[in-house]
Write a protein that binds this ligand. Structure first.
Ligand code: MGD
Ligand code: MGD
Ligand code: SF4
Ligand code: MO
Length: 743
């Protein structure tokens, strides 16, 4: 796919008419002004520039609509589209510097083969022919014995449906390689939410400014969901109360009216406490409960076991905070106003993460919050999109071969790579094809991950923009295009617009889109099914199922010219029930959970590692550690962009003054953070932002940019959540010791 093949996508700056739409009138003055400022830069265009419609590819719920300015084949600027309802002309700092990333001097621009030891990062340029021949012949040799010895490893480096899992999955399905269970981020909450609600759909971000009470629960939207936060600010101006529920006083928590700093992993208990208050004080919407929920009587019995006093003890907060939270939530709804919960990922990365999301998902139905467009809960909007996975990924290529290969969980890649062949496992993993992911930095229990990647007998291929920590272990490193250089189509998890990405510039160097790399490999492997010659545009045109009413008007040729298009989805999705669980109700009682060996009712599952649940371990390692995203990084992406890394400085550890004093730690001390799994160094910041008993290391650093070559995943474990087989990144006990004077 070449830049320029979609003329409709190129808007002449002169001819582009920016109109103030009537919908702006819905916003208050400050919001309007900020949008007009964002728009004004487009009013004085320079001649000779074209503007290309694109979409942000990153793993972020906002999936912004981008306008890329191009002059003489060079992208000079990336802006947010002022017309897009959620982007509203605003981009985060990271992506407003997207050209710094694309034209970065360290881009991998040519195929390379390893010449040093694994992990050393020494490579030599080779031709595409040599690279593809080497990969194809090695994969063919392995597949001749058992293709399951080959494992794809990918996640959401790009969220594009084309450059994500389309041609790649066609390739792996046809090959019959092991399947990858993609659990590293959201699968615990997805499971808990689906048991309760049936589908991952919730409050429409575009309505949030009308809510009167907003609970920001386990998320830090200023850093990680900016365009939701813009709506929250507008709601605040209109008089909404904001409450953050987070063990850490994040950038967001400090801007809320109230911050409830509970112990990590205790959210499910807090939700039970809110239910207790709602029932005790009769703050329920009995009509909604009767018509649209299942199992209220059983829930009531269960909730009786969770009085605020008990909840307060589990959560490490005051009893009053529990009463107050329940009352705020219930009375706002009783007064006919919208209560909105943004339940995010922080609370899912712990043993009981699935249950926590499930419990929270029960709350709106109890008070009838779904009656309002601005009410309810949002965890993810992913299921709003009728993706045509069968067309994109062609699972039939696999079925045709009559055997279903084993599935490997990406979250336990450290263990999986060291497993020998065994009857209950199958063949040892002999080849790994990594794309859109950086497991050596992001996967838990990193020592084991590194040990696996360092295996001399493992053949590793990495498709990348940069020589990441993972790329250092590649046998063959292949240059991939960035979003400005390829075509894609996007679904999102934070709003309900289908998004198009046109290629703004030609691929740099010899970089190729992921699709093209798998297309060429397929040809070399002799895979001649017609789907392997689909162009990226042809794949994009298959992205959404037009037989589904929500995507009935999807037409790729139109979408790529318009840039974005709302799905046909109502603003208040569950106002009149319509849950897609087996009973068609919001299931307080879930027979499916019982069948899956889980408690069918909301309950509390304690963390694997906490002072209360594992006192023996806590004697050695008394501090809980979490490693949530740093504002200027996106997972491990952007860590190598100098200006953004400079803003983050170096790896830090936030420690509460009491915990610091007990260890002789002052701000600026180098500290060693350790447990039985590993250790890392960081510079201490003594601050009450971290509640007592908690340390916080904002992440995810590339190891090679840390002084000791390590990051937070040295201490995380490979244990999985209660449901969804997800990792437990924030379910960690450590000890911290000062190991150097302040610099
Ligand atoms: N700038 C930036 N944006 C991002 C990302 C990024 O790395 N950087 N990552 C993207 C991705 S992949 C994802 S999944 C999302 C994540 O989006 P969010 O879930 O909003 O992620 P965080 O910003 O880490 O917010 C997590 C918050 O949860 C808190 N937390 C940790 N443990 C607990 C707990 O047990 N209970 C409660 N209540 N809170 C807890 C943390 O202190 C932190 O403030 O963000 C996306 N957006
Ligand atoms: N300790 C700790 N660990 C965590 C988390 C945490 O909060 N704490 N968060 C977890 C979460 S929520 C997530 S989602 C994962 C994220 O983990 P990953 O999905 O691995 O995300 P990134 O680290 O951003 O790595 C993505 C890589 O894909 C590459 N890439 C981007 N676009 C393309 C493309 O078009 N083609 C190719 N070939 N490559 C591309 C980028 O250059 C980048 O190196 O990390 C998890 N790990
Ligand atoms: S990372 Fe998120 S906020 Fe930033 S531009 Fe991309 S979608 Fe928008
Ligand atoms: Mo994530």
């Amino acid at each position: 796919m070449q830049a320029g093949s979609c003329p409709g996508a190129f808007l002449s700056m002169q001819s582009e008419a920016w109109r103030t739409k009537s919908r702006f009138l819905r916003y208050s003055k400050p919001f309007l002004v900020s949008r007009l400022i964002a728009m004004s830069s487009t009013l004085s265009p320079s001649p000779g520039h074209t503007v290309v419609r694109a979409a942000c590819p990153h793993d972020c719920p906002d999936t912004c609509a981008l306008l890329v300015t191009v002059k003489d084949g060079v992208a000079t600027e990336v802006r947010g589209d002022p017309e897009h309802p959620t982007t509203a002309g605003v981009l985060c700092t990271k992506v407003s510097r997207y050209t710094d990333r694309t034209y970065h001097k360290d881009r991998v621009l040519y195929p390379m083969k390893r010449v040093g030891k694994k992990g050393e990062g020494k490579f030599e340029r080779i031709s595409w022919d040599e690279a593809l021949d080497t990969v194809a012949s090695r994969l063919q040799t392995i597949a001749a014995t058992d293709p399951q010895a080959i494992l794809p490893y990918s996640y959401a480096g790009t969220m594009g449906l084309v450059q994500g899992e389309s041609m790649s999955m066609r390739f792996f399905n046809r090959l019959g390689s092991s399947l990858l269970e993609r659990t590293i981020c959201a699968s615990a909450g997805a499971a808990g939410y689906k048991y309760t609600m049936g589908t991952r759909l919730g409050t429409d971000t575009e309505q949030v400014q009308d809510a009167k009470l907003i609970l920001i629960w386990g998320g830090n939207p200023i850093a990680s969901n900016l365009h939701f936060w813009m709506r929250v600010q507008e709601a605040k101006r209109r008089g909404a109360k904001l409450i953050a529920i987070d063990p850490y006083r994040s950038l967001t928590a400090e801007k809320c009216h109230q911050h409830i700093a509970l112990l990590p992993g205790t959210d499910a208990a807090l939700a039970l406490g809110i239910m207790h208050v709602l029932i005790a004080e009769d703050l329920l919407d009995t009509d909604y409960i009767e018509r649209h929920t299942l199992g209220f009587a059983q829930l009531k019995q269960r909730v009786a076991e969770w009085p605020p006093q008990r909840v307060a003890g589990v959560c490490g907060i005051s009893e009053e905070e529990v009463w107050q939270l329940g009352r705020d939530y219930g009375t706002t709804a009783k007064n006919g106003e919208a209560t909105m919960i943004r339940a995010n990922y922080g609370l899912q990365r712990i043993r009981g993460g699935g249950m926590a999301v499930r419990n929270i998902a029960c709350l709106p139905a109890l008070v009838g919050a779904w009656r309002h467009g601005a009410g309810g809960v949002q965890v993810s909007m992913s299921d709003a999109f009728p993706k045509n996975t069968a067309a994109l990924q062609r699972p039939d290529l696999l079925t045709r071969q009559g055997v279903r290969p084993r599935t490997i969980n990406m979250s336990t890649i450290g263990d999986e790579l060291s497993r020998p062949a065994a009857p209950d496992f199958g063949p040892r993993i002999d080849a790994l094809i990594v794309y859109n992911a950086n497991p050596v930095a992001v996967a838990p229990e990193s020592q084991k991950v590194v040990r696996g990647f360092a295996r001399e007998d493992l053949f590793t291929v990495v498709l990348e923009h940069f020589q990441t920590d993972t790329a250092d272990y590649a046998d063959i490193l292949l240059p991939a295009t960035t979003q400005l250089e390829h075509v894609d189509v996007h679904a999102t998890y934070g709003h309900v617009y289908m998004m198009a990405n046109n290629a703004a510039i030609k691929p740099l160097g010899e970089a190729k889109p992921n699709t093209e790399i798998f297309r060429l490999l397929a040809a070399r492997m002799g895979f001649d099914d017609g789907c392997f010659s689909d162009s990226d545009d042809q794949i994009a045109a298959q992205a959404f199922d037009r037989k589904h009413p929500r995507a009935a008007d999807f037409d790729w040729n139109i979408l790529k010219q318009k840039g974005w298009q709302r799905l046909n989805v109502a603003a208040a999705v569950f106002a009149d029930g319509g849950f897609t669980t087996p009973s068609g109700k919001c299931e307080f009682y879930s027979a499916s959970m019982l069948a899956d060996g889980l408690d069918p009712l909301p309950t509390y599952i304690a963390p694997y590692e906490s002072v209360a649940s594992n006192p023996l371990l806590a004697e050695k390692y008394p501090l809980a550690m979490i490693s949530p995203p740093a504002r200027n990084f996106l997972n491990s992406s952007f860590v190598n962009v100098q200006s953004l890394r400079d803003t983050e400085g170096e790896p830090h550890l936030d420690v509460h003054p009491d915990d610091a004093a007990a260890r002789g730690i002052v701000t600026g001390s180098m500290v060693r953070i350790f447990n039985d799994r590993g250790s890392m160094l960081a510079k201490a910041r003594v601050t009450p932002r971290a509640r007592p008993g908690l340390v916080v290391g904002l992440s995810i650093w590339w190891k090679k940019f840390a002084g000791d070559g390590k990051n937070a995943n040295e201490v995380t474990s490979q244990r999985l959540t209660d449901m969804g087989n997800a990792p437990t990144f924030y379910d960690v006990l450590v000890q911290v010791e000062a190991c150097g004077a302040p610099a």
